[in-house]
Design a protein. Sequence first.
Length: 229
Amino acid sequence: MMMFDPLYFLVVGPALILSVVAQVWVKKSFHKFSKIGVRNGMSGAEIADQIVRNAGLGVRVERVAGFMSDHYDPRARVLRLSPEVFEGRSISSIGVAAHEAGHALQHAKGYLPLQWRTAMVPITTIGSNLAWPLLMIGFIFSAASLVKLGIIFFSAAVLFQLITLPVEFDASRRAMTVLRNQGGVTAVELNGVRSVLTAAAMTYVAAAAAAVLQLLYFLLRAGLLRRDD
């Protein structure tokens, strides 16, 4: 359906291009600043641990396999860092580690968008798994009810992507603030951290744009945006 539909590429194509550009940008930025050490000599794990300890959060910092697999698990209260970030002593390492620690700070402060996103995880997982089969079957067999149900489920995933944006931007803001105030990071190093986090943020913007435009495409294909005369 979609891969052979010119309308799909017309509507969603720009976001797909943006996604590719964002992925290339974040990888290039991370690799560039991963080669530049920090004056304080701290690793990503040490920076993250310092931030959560200074805030009295009781959050564990663990190493996890995978490139750029860094994340904070609010349910387990564990901050997991990829090997490059956990062991690295570079601008990229401390920037990403501080960003993930920023999520732990959000959790401790009861930051509402993070609470909403966490609550939506199971709903979004179920919705994403059901949306595509329902949409594909519905469009193939012209079953309007299945298409509409698929759109409802897909809308949950779109909402999740939109809620993710303020969560990620705020975590980066908190990271910059804490590195400036207690991380022993120079102004030049902070500029590097900002570059890495800005590039990373664009991947979330691209993902949200792609989700919104895919939803628009489904609505157009289903005729739900057609105005009755």
